[in-house]
Design a protein around this ligand. Structure first.
Ligand code: KIV
Length: 257
């Protein structure tokens, strides 16, 4: 029997212990995160920016997520493995379900999509087919072009109200966790108190039930851009540059045969 962490186990961590979640896009990172005891690993569409070199997440395709998800799933983590439904892959309930099923077939235990009441029929179709679902509210990276940038949500009353109502609607529809991205910390705390499922904050303050980060940001693996709310715990890119430069020099200066 698999000892894979189940959505209900993540859900019951609320109020008991904080939930650490990170992204992975391949076999070694999934295995490393799993060996370090991370209970929830996301094959996020941040893949587009930190691995594939796109400007934002809107270019990521289903095929790209599936490809990286299959690599992550080969690590057979104990962690719950979630995957993002990419931009435009859940425009209507039928499409959302079809693509959620594709991600499950590629090795995901759960799928995530961005939006609240606007995507409720899609969430209901996914949950109705017994596919565990994670919500995503606040700054929605897939809407960055319409929004004209990444900005904090919840600073004005209408946004605060919408966030609370969206979170309650997603929880009522069966989401087992909700990511809160760039939500004003007091509002993230209010949303967290107002729902029975865990919130996973990213740039939303400490009063969420857990924290989720793009692993490349945590490790300093993508030095060309670091979100303001992240302090990398490692300068991996710099260390790699040093080792690679030293190795190059050792080869260049070694005697010719
Ligand atoms: O794609 C991603 O990495 C995300 C973050 C919120 C973790 O959705």
């Amino acid at each position: 029997m698999s000892n894979r962490i189940r959505p209900d186990q993540i859900r019951t961590m609320k109020g008991r212990e904080k939930i650490p979640a990170l992204t992975a896009y391949d076999f070694p990172m999934t295995r490393l995160l799993d060996e370090a005891g991370i209970p929830l690993i996301l094959v996020g569409d941040s893949l587009g920016m930190v691995v594939l070199g796109y400007k934002d997440t809107t270019s990521v395709t289903m095929e790209e997520i599936e490809h990286h998800l299959r690599a992550a799933a080969r690590a057979k983590p104990r962690a719950l493995l979630a995957a993002d439904l990419p931009y435009r892959s859940y425009d209507d309930p039928e499409l959302a379900l079809k693509n959620a099923q594709r991600l499950i077939a590629a090795g995901a235990d759960s799928v995530k999509a961005e939006g609240g009441r606007k995507i409720l029929p899609q969430v209901q179709a996914i949950v109705g087919a017994d596919i565990p679902f994670i919500g995503h509210l606040g700054m929605l990276p897939q809407s960055v072009r319409e929004e004209g940038g990444y900005r904090i949500k919840g600073k004005i009353e209408s946004e605060r109200e919408a966030l609370v109502e969206d979170a309650q609607a997603l929880a009522a529809a069966g989401a087992f966790a909700i990511v809160l991205e760039l939500v004003a910390p007091p509002v993230a705390a209010e949303v967290t108190r107002s729902i029975s499922v865990p919130t996973l904050g990213i740039g939303s303050g400490l009063d969420c039930d857990g924290q989720i980060l793009v692993t490349s940001d945590l490790l300093g693996l993508f030095p060309w851009f670091t979100p303001r709310f992240v302090t990398p715990r490692l300068n991996a890119a710099e260390q790699m540059r040093t080792v690679i430069t030293e190795w190059r020099a050792s080869i260049s200066s070694s005697p010719r045969t």
